[in-house]
Design a protein around this ligand. Structure first.
Ligand SMILES: [Zn+2]
Length: 245
């Protein structure tokens, strides 16, 4: 009888420890890393514009034109499967001097799939993006969700995890007002903004693409008005590492 209680208890404790290691620890690290990033951007008056899930044949060139007009470089977290479909656009991003990071291949949600699936998808992304990325490039987990295994895959490749501090809301079910995003960034005194540059296929694709361009332009204007600098996420993270010594 006692054994019957002790064994499930031990199994339960082991399961809890496993879940904490697999999901809880990466979540705590993300929180701490994001807070450090936000603090650094505010203190150094820095704006960083990041674009995920591309490249998109139509939207990515428009985003690059907006960045060029504002004399800024962006950070593009490419999705392997989209780069394979639009290799010439990925070439353009690289040629224009923007930063390219890895965002896996298929965009597997680490918490809604088998524990090893997101690590495998990350590895696949590194392979399909090989010609555009370098060892040590940043890795941004799809949906911002990682496990100890997908995190280990990034670390194994020398990749720091590249988070964001402000979500523009461009993929939210209800698109926010562009003005509200600008206000959030202004209130934070800078930060790392998340947007998406893939070509959407929904009914409101054109509206969402316009939103991304509008927010990009408005944030670059805000940076100029506030005398903030713009930087890529890699530049920011290198500086933070040097500061920590
Ligand atoms: Zn994504």
């Amino acid at each position: 009888m006692i054994e019957a209680i002790v064994i499930p208890g031990a199994v339960g404790a082991a399961m809890i420890a496993g879940v904490a290691w697999l999901y809880g620890a990466p979540m705590a690290l993300r929180r701490a890393e994001t807070a450090r990033l936000a603090e650094y951007c505010t203190r150094t008056k820095t704006l960083c514009l990041t674009y995920d899930d591309g490249p998109g044949k139509d939207l990515t060139p428009r985003v690059m034109s907006a960045l060029h007009a504002g004399s800024a470089k962006g950070t593009f977290f490419l999705l392997g499967r989209r780069a394979e479909v639009n290799p010439s656009v990925a070439d353009e991003v690289s040629r224009a001097g923007h930063e390219i990071g890895c965002h896996a291949h298929e965009h597997v949600h680490a918490w809604k799939s088998a524990p090893w699936a997101s690590a495998k998808d990350a590895a696949h992304g590194y392979e399909s993006l090989d010609r555009w990325i370098q060892r040590g490039c940043l890795f941004r987990p799809p949906y911002g969700k990682s496990t100890a295994l997908s995190r280990r895959e990034a670390v194994r490749r020398g990749s720091p995890l590249g988070w964001w501090t402000i979500d523009s809301g461009d993929t939210w079910e209800k698109l926010p007002e562009a003005r509200s995003v600008i206000q959030r960034v202004e209130a934070a005194g800078g930060g790392v903004v998340l947007m998406h540059d893939f070509d959407r296929e929904d009914d409101d694709a054109a509206e969402r693409a316009e939103f991304v361009i509008e927010v990009t332009n408005a944030l670059l204007e805000l940076a100029q008005k506030e005398s903030w600098r713009t930087a890529t996420l890699g530049e920011i993270m290198d500086e933070m590492e040097r500061e920590q010594g």
